[in-house]
Write a protein that binds this ligand. Structure first.
Ligand code: AMP
Ligand code: MG
Length: 384
């Protein structure tokens, strides 16, 4: 390890990552991606004066003072505008229909009283004016926004069948360690089953990352080196877990230095996850310490924002309150696992130690507790 960096110093290095590029995909496939070109209105929104209720439409000033209103006919959604309305009469009109130019008011059926509008209606009511939401040509969604269900709806409504989005980062995972056997193997008493690879794969799958390589390396530099070569050739981002600390079998830094030169950093003033190392690449490489809670915390705090940046979006963590204010560590930032609390605040779910991933079950993310001085609000990094 080198001189330990503060979190801010480490962030300055990962901030050098740039978006990978853009591509055009079918609209349905754009869900969860970042928009690379703005979506603009091809027509005013709404495109015509839209009836907002099922009921009647009329010109308020021509309505007779008493008696039931005479209906000129039915005007439904999807009908072209009707001819002129005879003075004093009303159309029966359906939600989504064009309100004819000679009408200025819609009264819903439920507000009719003995065949005429109850006295309480207001002239102009229940008409959604053409262009009142957006003018033709207006930008509806800016580039850089995440595409969720609402953005899909907006894109569809302006006639897009495809969207220009930022490329996804292709991710490779290489877990390490002679002691870690596959989940379907029976471990010897001195062995454990691998859990870091499955956890990373689950995190990446949740956020929609394509996983182009996933393997496990023994603590053997020759074999591990060949696996690293294969992984590096296939990905935009390589995630390694384990083998990056000071142990006599921690070969990862040396193997990566032979291939990529010195890391941008190796060692961060954070707990858990001090031995985190980063090469800016390409491909970008994060070597995460092997302890499962360290993998969880460093992936969430460092790798997720880096993936967002490569995919065209800057992640800014929301500020949150904790159910109980945590006591900061004197010098290190604390990447504290948390669960959602009953009242919208977050509950600390600290592990016994960074190998104890059982006690962080049910957690939903980490909060960053800065060193030294107590704080009221904290940066929150949710799991995907
Ligand atoms: P290392 O960073 O390689 O020294 O590993 C630190 C700790 O994390 C050791 O106790 C390892 O057994 C554990 N560990 C490493 N890789 C894995 C893995 N894939 N799944 C679960 N635990 C692991
Ligand atoms: Mg190891």
């Amino acid at each position: 390890m080198d001189r330990l960096l503060t979190l801010a110093e480490a962030d300055a290095h990962t901030a050098s990552l740039r978006p990978l590029g853009t591509e055009t995909v079918a609209l349905a496939a754009a869900l969860g991606r970042t928009l690379a070109a703005p979506i603009s209105a091809d027509r005013p929104f709404p495109p015509y004066r839209r009836a907002m209720m099922d009921g009647i439409a009329f010109a308020a000033d021509t309505l007779p003072a008493t008696g039931p209103v005479l209906f000129a006919g039915l005007h439904a959604a999807g009908d072209p505008p009707p001819g002129a309305l005879p003075p004093g009469q009303a159309w029966e009109i359906m939600t989504g229909a064009v309100v004819p130019d000679d009408c200025d008011t819609v009264v819903p059926y439920e507000d009719l009283d003995s065949g005429r509008p109850a006295a309480s209606f207001k002239k102009g009511q229940f008409i959604h004016d053409a262009g009142s939401d957006a003018d033709a040509g207006a930008m509806l969604v800016a580039a850089g926004n995440s595409i969720g269900p609402v953005e899909i709806a907006i894109a569809a409504s302006v006639g897009l069948t495809e969207a220009e989005v930022f490329r996804r980062a292709k991710v490779a995972i290489l877990s390490t360690g002679d002691e870690a056997v596959p989940p379907d193997a029976t471990p010897q008493p001195w062995e454990i089953r691998r859990s870091n690879g499955p956890m990373l794969e689950a995190m990446l799958t949740r956020r929609g990352s394509p996983i182009v390589f996933h393997d496990h390396a023994p603590d053997d530099p020759a074999i591990c080196g060949r696996q690293l070569d294969e992984a590096l050739a296939s990905c935009d981002v390589l995630l390694i877990c384990g083998g990056i600390s000071k142990g006599k079998k921690d070969f990862i830094r040396g193997l990566l230095e032979e291939r990529l030169g010195k890391p941008a950093f190796h060692g961060v003033e954070q707990r858990p996850g001090k031995p985190l190392a980063f090469w800016s690449g390409p491909p970008a490489v994060f070597a995460l310490p092997g302890n499962p809670v360290s993998v969880l915390a460093t992936f969430t705090r460092h790798v997720l924002p880096a993936l967002s940046r490569l995919e065209g979006r800057e992640f800014s963590p929301p500020r949150v309150r904790m159910n109980e204010v945590p006591t900061p560590l004197p010098k290190f930032s604390w990447l504290l696992t948390v669960a959602t609390g009953p009242d919208g605040t977050l509950l600390a779910r600290p592990p016994g130690n960074s190998g104890d991933f059982i006690s962080v079950a049910g957690s939903c993310g980490i909060v960053e507790v800065p060193p030294g001085r107590p704080a009221d609000t904290f940066d929150f990094h949710p799991f995907p």
